[in-house]
Write a protein that binds this ligand. Sequence first.
Ligand code: SAM
Length: 277
Amino acid sequence: MDSTPPPAAIRRLGQNFLVDPNIVRKIVALAELSPADTVLEIGPGRGILTKALSRAAGHVTAIEVDSRLHTYLSERAAHLPHVTLVLGDALTCPIEYLPIGTIVVANLPYYISTPLLFRLLSHGHRFSRMVLMLQNEVADRLIAKAGTSEYGVLSVMAQYSAHISKAFKVSPQCFRPRPEVDSAVVLLRTREPRARRPEEEHRFTALVRGAFAHRRKTLVNSLKNEGYDSRHVEAALTKLRLSPSLRAETLTLEQFLELAHCMEDDASPRAHGSLQQ
Ligand code: SAM
């Protein structure tokens, strides 16, 4: 690449660029790429990861929202074989055209990591796995177990869609500018869809969101506030031999799935939703 300096970082766009080649190597190794693979990268930035991905995979689609960085990379496209650079917002731009089996590899912009995760998970059937750099605290929420303070909607919905492991932590020293938080790289291997029909998944998502909507209340009261009939919820809990005084954060993913199954006939007025926020 030539010596023209890259555009300065804009913090509000989550621009903490990786500068440690060792971390880039570890991320690419974790993705286990082959020349037959298609990769989606969100936020290529100055291209440090994009370049390594283009060497390991057959094709890379890289979506960048900052037009300065998009132009910077486009002018260096000769160094990025098999890369399609897209100028767009990864929260809204189309990703439905990507082939089934695409692998997502990204150092995510942290200010929107949670909505991006929900979006990627809602397209989980398209992605075989995802290797993502996130805030360490978000990585801990992804892998959190029931009964812990980190456990919430993101934990349940992510574990519903994928097997997740935290691969390694990354220090702020590995970025410029340095982020104010520690980071971690996670590997999400997407599961076979559990729901037979989209409505089932929508109902499950609405139930989980409703259960956690009022964390200080019991599960029954939180769902009641979200428009569910508390008698149906209590009856389902009794059937599952669960106490009606439980709070949402004590229910495991399997117990949420059983609860959703028991409540399938609930005609809740607001029992609609999707994985997408
Ligand atoms: N991949 C580069 C690296 O590792 O050095 C940059 C990672 S930086 C943490 C996040 C990147 O995401 C930045 O390039 C930023 O401009 C981009 N970005 C921020 N918001 C975005 C959005 N909504 N859609 C696509 N890219 C976005």
